[in-house]
Design a protein around this ligand. Structure first.
Ligand SMILES: [Zn+2]
Length: 324
């Protein structure tokens, strides 16, 4: 029997969403789509929309990126509620959760390399699960990296979940039951760990993000449950891709948003999501455009550009009940 949750489980009586960019570069159009979708969904549900900065990967962070993100959101009048939440200030909580997972037999050390896992087909299949590896007297490499990562022992695989936009989604078992990394060999906290712990700490009731994170959502469900929390609702939005099909990303050098074109950017984001936004609005103020978005926001009006970003998911996972 597990001990009580290491986290203070909040059950808010209001809607709580969040936008959680990583400060690896300026916000691009794909980030804006996620921000606008999350913001409107929170407003329409008369709830809170928090801003969480995913700043736990210092080597990938750009010095001015946090300021740029805040300025960009303000220029687009995407006003968040409360104080900005910085993941870099949560390391004690992450350590507490890691210790708790360890005490409850829910984590283990793994020595597998990315190369080995790719050779097995790209999904980690539990190679080190029963090896009882313990990094005592470990010689740390010249790069400061350990030979061990820490993995979550994923016993509660969620083979399907309901997405508010995409409907019921089924995942192959090896995908949803993967023992994913919670602390990396370079000593950094893994995205899955920090994201789930902070959703629980902030009492997030619905996660709105890009459909490129559909697969991580399947894995993360088990961690919410192991930590004694209920799984938030999920809403995965269309992902912006380059014309050749590559996803927009900061690492992929997607162009940063031009704050001077905030109205045009917001207009395009709403159109991209599938809302019938009148062309005349692109010359109006960001406040007016966002108000139009609120007044006309209906999830079953959104679409996911199936001819562009989605076929990957359509082919790989059995997706049913499309609402677009
Ligand atoms: Zn391993």
């Amino acid at each position: 029997m597990s001990q009580p949750s290491p986290l203070n489980i909040i059950q808010p009586d209001e809607y709580r969403g969040r936008f959680a960019p990583s400060p690896s570069g300026p916000l691009h159009f794909g980030s804006l789509v996620a921000a606008v979708g999350g913001y409107l969904q929170a407003k329409v549900n008369k709830g809170k929309w928090f801003l969480r900065i995913d700043d736990i990967d210092p080597p990938r962070q750009a010095a001015s990126a946090i300021d740029d993100i805040l300025t960009c959101l303000q220029a687009h009048h995407l006003d968040w509620d409360g104080e900005v939440f910085y993941q870099s200030q949560q390391t004690e909580v992450y350590d507490k959760v890691l210790a708790w997972l360890n005490e409850n037999g829910l984590s283990y050390y793994c020595q597998c390399t990315r190369k080995q896992i790719m050779a097995e087909g790209g999904t980690y299949l539990g190679h080190c699960r029963d090896r009882n590896l313990t990094p005592v007297n470990e010689v740390i490499g010249a790069d400061g990296h350990s030979q061990y990562s820490l993995r979550f022992l994923n016993e509660v695989s969620s083979l399907s979940f309901h997405d508010e936009l995409m409907g019921d989604i089924r995942f192959p078992e090896d995908v949803s039951s993967e023992d994913f990394i919670i602390k990396r060999k370079d000593g950094l906290y893994a995205y899955h760990l920090a994201s789930v712990v902070d959703d629980i700490q902030q009492g997030i009731t619905e996660v709105v993000r890009g459909a490129d994170l559909l697969f991580p959502s399947a894995c993360q469900m088990a961690l919410y449950r192991a930590l004694g929390a209920s799984v938030p609702k999920m809403l995965h939005l269309p992902v912006a891709v380059f014309s050749e099909g590559r996803k927009l990303s900061k690492q992929g050098h997607a162009k940063g948003l031009d704050n001077k074109k905030a109205s045009l950017n917001l207009y395009l984001a709403l159109a991209f999501l599938g809302l019938p936004v009148p062309k005349t609005l692109m010359h109006d103020t960001p406040e007016v455009i966002l108000q139009w978005g609120q007044d006309n926001w209906l999830i079953n009006r959104l679409y996911a550009k199936p001819e562009r970003a989605m076929p990957m998911f359509l082919a790989e996972y059995q997706v049913s009940n499309f609402s677009y």
